[in-house]
Design a protein around this ligand. Structure first.
Ligand SMILES: Cc1ncc(COP(=O)(O)O)c(C=O)c1O
Length: 445
């Protein structure tokens, strides 16, 4: 049986009516990748209000590694809803906050004492990581990377690299943010080639410390182990270890932003585990609570204890319903089955994507780690001119056929895969067939 089942053209009449209401009632600012309205979701399939069944390769931007309406998540959250929905950890604390902190302290890399504080979103986790790093080091500056994405609140947005649509019109931005190129080998800023470059982009930070900011004024380097919004860029395996060594040399804290890469997406619980690198602070959100809003900042105990009492927190941070869901997610992660599944999904996507690249000049680069795959489209393989319109067309055609995908990349020319890891082989194959047909229509594959 086909997972995709379309009863109407997309969007159907009910979705269209809702979209008209959405346009009248909600500002245009929050973009919509598609204009169907969801009635329910299960696993990797969403059913819209017109009873169309669509395959989901986006997972609410990577929040649903355990799948839509995951049974254990629903059970745990529902049970917690019946006990108490909120107390505020600052006012009347509860055990699930402490026990989830204990679990994350144990599961994150690093055999040293750790502590965890909870917030609600990825951006809030980023903000807290910077506050903590500044308090711990007494230094003001933060270094982030080109093509990096860290969220939309003001400090997080200051760390985010992409101007349109994220930053344009929203300045002035937070001070003491510096930036250097990431290891985006397909579009190397230094026009070098790995491995002969010896990861020169890390050496280039020494230059930043000479030209822009003294190293001893830098509290933290914040890095995504694989770029998310920036185009699913997988750095070479010696990049993060070299970055770790450089930050250690200068007493700079390394913050790994695992908001998008975490919880099995790359085939391990955290993407840094592929490299052996141990960050000082690791931040998570998205798939942590299976679709409920929760983020975590986990780090060296002495670093995490730097801010004074009352310096961290917030009304909803570590909401008990979200915490219950996160415990259910971790229960499933701990079996390791989803990591193996992510690797298997990645292997299937890699094989298909390699064939597309072979067949079509539109496909400039394919890359991935675990189930986090990118198909980067170019107008011309020699110039690598980004094929933004073609990428949008592939995603739109896919949606019209019942496949939900989202794009990425500073140039908007990357199709990314964030399907729930519980997707079946048949569903995965069907989704990739649709993607292949759409690529083919756009002049590729
Ligand atoms: C790597 C990374 N950091 C931070 C964020 C911000 O998370 P949120 O949208 O939950 O604020 C995102 C969101 O996509 C992300 O991918």
């Amino acid at each position: 049986m086909s997972a995709i089942e379309l009863k109407t053209e997309l969007p159907g009449p009910r979705s269209r009516a809702l979209f008209a209401r959405r346009e009248a009632a909600v500002p245009r600012g929050p973009y919509n990748a598609c204009s169907i309205f969801v009635k329910e979701g299960k696993g990797a399939v969403v059913t819209d209000v017109d009873d169309n069944r669509l395959l989901d390769f986006a997972g609410g931007i990577g929040c649903l590694n355990v799948g839509h309406a995951n049974e254990e998540v629903v059970k745990a959250a529902t049970a917690q809803l019946g006990r108490f929905t909120h107390g505020c950890f600052h006012v009347t604390p509860y055990e699930s906050y402490v026990s989830l902190a204990e679990r994350l302290n144990a599961l994150t890399p690093g055999a040293f004492p750790k502590k965890t504080v909870f917030a609600n979103s990825g951006a809030e986790a980023v903000e807290n990581a910077v506050k903590i790093a500044r308090a711990a080091t007494g230094r003001p500056a933060v270094l982030a990377f080109e093509d990096g994405f860290h969220g939309r609140t003001l400090l997080a947005l200051s760390l985010t690299s992409k101007v349109h649509p994220y930053k344009a019109g929203f300045g002035p931005f937070a001070p003491e943010v510096y930036r250097a190129p990431y290891a985006y080998c397909y579009r190397c800023s230094y026009h070098l080639t790995h491995p002969s470059c010896a990861v020169a982009c890390v050496d280039a930070l020494e230059d930043v410390f000479k030209r822009y900011v003294e190293a001893d004024q830098v509290a933290a380097v914040i890095v995504e182990p694989v770029l998310g919004e920036g185009g699913f860029v997988v750095p070479p395996s010696d990049y993060l270890p070299k970055l770790r060594a450089l930050t250690a040399k200068h007493g700079i804290l390394l913050v790994a932003d695992e908001v998008q890469t975490g919880f099995g997406r790359t085939g391990k619980l955290f993407a840094v585990e592929h490299t052996g690198v141990v960050p000082d602070i690791l931040i998570t959100a998205k798939s942590l609570a299976g679709g409920l809003p929760l983020s975590a900042i986990t780090g060296r105990a002495e670093v995490m204890d730097a801010p004074g009492v009352g310096g961290l927190g917030g009304t909803f941070g570590g909401n008990p319903v979200a915490l219950a869901a996160a415990h259910a997610v971790l229960d499933q992660m701990e079996t390791g089955a989803l990591f193996a599944r992510a690797q298997a999904i990645g292997a299937t996507v890699a094989k298909r994507a390699a064939a597309w690249k072979e067949r079509s000049p539109l496909v400039g680069d394919v890359r991935g780690l675990g189930a986090m795959w990118a198909i980067e489209l170019v107008k011309d393989r020699a110039t690598k001119a980004p094929a933004k319109d073609e990428t949008a067309a592939v995603s739109k055609r896919g949606y019209e056929r019942g496949l939900v995908t989202i794009t990425a990349g500073t140039y908007g020319n990357v199709i990314r895969t964030l399907m729930p890891l519980v997707i079946t082989d048949a569903e995965l194959g069907e989704g990739l067939d649709v993607l292949e047909a759409c690529l083919s229509e756009a002049g590729g594959a």
